[in-house]
Structure formats: structure tokens, C-alpha cells
Design a binder for this molecule. Structure first.
Ligand code: HEM
Length: 235
């Protein structure tokens, strides 16, 4: 391993990895998979809304007492929140640094004529920005109630969800974000598999099918909630 010209010391393996392109891509892949796992669980939990207010609100209450009596009230939930925040930050920072690296690595001939990023790159970039903005809105809407339409009722997520999807803008925001989520997961899962070295000529077809299925199931599962409120199935 080469010496660091600034410190004159041999850099540590984590330091070298963090500063390498493959290290940043690995951080993106692992943090993305952590968020994906959360999203699958969140989507399945949301489907409990179809069993009525009693079951949905009880489930939300249970989320705050998971692990009791060993874990104190909300400790498990806070643990999950800390891991998620770390994953979101690591994902966003690596994405930004990788995109800066992509720009710097371009040959001089591109200085005056900016090349168009590929369709996949543009979809991932804009999708990521939309999802980041959505997440802020979503937390202010259904967790803190700051931008919630009508009176936000802590501990009554069923009514809160119905209120959100009883407004046109609530439906537009969530439907656009869920579409972005589907596209992001579809390409992101595939990219993560390549980065982590799971891909091979034999497995690529199966990986592509898994990515498509995951994206479809997540999008349909999430979208079913606003659709159910819009059509009066959930009220
Ligand atoms: C139609 C789609 C969705 C619905 C109906 C929905 C519903 C909810 C509800 C009701 C809560 C509050 C739960 C509670 O306080 O007990 C919540 C929290 C949350 N949702 Fe969603 N969600 C949706 C999509 C998403 C998506 C796509 C993401 C991620 C990009 C997401 C991430 C979160 C996070 C991080 C929390 C905070 C959990 C916590 O720390 O308390 N949700 N969601």
C-alpha cells in the first residue's frame, strides 16, 4: 500500500476503502440494502390498514414496545431510527461524492460541451433527490404532524393516513414518490448486486427478475394504501 504524501504514514484499510470508488459504491450498496429491508417491512406493516383502525393502531403501538420488557419503551424503535439515519446519510454522501468524481474524471474535451449522463444515471440521481425530499415531507406529515392536513392525532395513525389521502396534494406527492421509489429500487438493487460481486453471466437474468419483482411488489404495496382511501375501501 502506498504512503500517504501528507502524513507520510501507511493509510489504514478502512481509510483506503472509504476514499476509493469501489469503497464508496460498497457503502451505497450496503446502505441501500438496509433501507430496502426497512421498506419491505414498512410496506407489509402498512397493509394492516386493510384490517381496520383497531389492528393498524395496535400495530403502531406495538412498534414502540418491541423487545419489552428487556428493552425500555421505544428503545428498539430508536435503534432502528439511528441505523436508518446512518444509512440515509452514508447513501446520500457517497452518491454525491461519486457523482462529483464522475464529473472530475471527464476528459478536457467535455469542458465546453457537457455530456448527457446516461438514462439510468439521471433516473437514479433525480429519483434519489425526489425520495430524499419525500422522506422529509413524510416525516413532517405522519410522524410529527407538522404539515399534516387537519388535526394530527398522535397514536392514531389510521385516521392520520386517511386524512393525508383525502387531499389531492397528499395523493400526488405520495404517488409520484412511490413511482420514483419503484424505479430507484429496480436499478439500485441491480447495481448493488454488481458492486457486491453477486452478478455473473449465469445469474444476471435471475437478478434482473428479482430487481423487477421487488420494485413492483413495493410500489404496488405502497400505492394500494392511497388508492384504497381514494376509492373509499379504507375510510
Ligand atoms: C403510501 C406510502 C406510505 C404510507 C401510507 C406510510 C405510512 C407511514 C405512517 C403511518 C408512519 C407513522 C407510523 C407511526 O408513527 O406509528 C410512517 C413512518 C415512517 N415512514 Fe412511511 N409510509 C409510506 C411510505 C414510506 C416510504 C416510501 C418511506 C421511505 C422512503 C417511508 C419511511 C418512513 C419512515 C422512516 C417513518 C418513520 C418511522 C419512525 O421512526 O417512527 N414511508 N409511515
Amino acid at each position: 500500500m502506498a504512503l500517504d504524501i501528507r502524513t507520510g504514514r501507511r493509510p489504514s484499510l478502512p481509510h483506503t476503502l472509504w476514499h476509493s470508488t469501489v469503497g464508496k459504491k460498497t457503502v451505497m450498496a450496503v446502505s441501500g440494502l438496509i433501507m430496502l429491508l426497512y421498506l419491505v417491512v414498512h410496506m407489509l406493516g402498512n397493509l394492516k390498514i386493510f384490517f381496520g383502525p383497531g389492528e393498524f393502531n395496535h400495530y403502531a403501538h406495538w412498534l414502540r414496545t418491541v423487545g419489552a420488557p428487556f428493552m425500555h419503551q421505544e428503545w428498539t424503535l430508536w435503534l432502528v431510527r439511528v441505523v436508518l439515519v446512518a444509512a440515509v446519510v452514508a447513501h446520500a454522501v457517497s452518491a454525491y461524492q461519486l457523482s462529483r468524481r464522475g464529473i472530475r474524471a471527464r476528459p478536457d474535451a467535455y469542458v465546453h460541451k457537457k455530456p448527457r449522463a446516461s438514462y439510468a444515471t439521471r433516473t437514479m440521481r433525480w429519483g434519489g433527490i425526489i425520495l430524499g425530499l419525500f422522506l422529509v415531507w413524510h416525516l413532517l406529515d405522519l410522524t410529527t404532524g407538522t404539515v399534516h392536513p387537519g388535526g394530527f392525532q398522535p397514536g392514531h395513525p389510521y385516521q392520520n393516513v386517511v386524512d393525508t389521502f383525502s387531499t389531492w396534494y397528499g395523493n400526488v406527492i405520495y404517488l409520484v414518490a412511490m413511482l420514483a421509489l419503484g424505479l430507484h429500487v429496480r436499478h439500485g438493487f441491480w447495481s448493488a448486486a454488481q458492486t457486491l460481486g453477486v452478478g455473473s453471466r449465469r445469474r444476471d437474468r435471475a437478478l434482473k427478475t428479482t430487481a423487477n419483482l421487488l420494485a413492483l411488489v413495493l410500489t404496488v404495496g405502497f400505492v394500494s394504501v392511497p388508492l384504497a382511501v381514494m376509492t373509499g375501501v379504507v375510510s
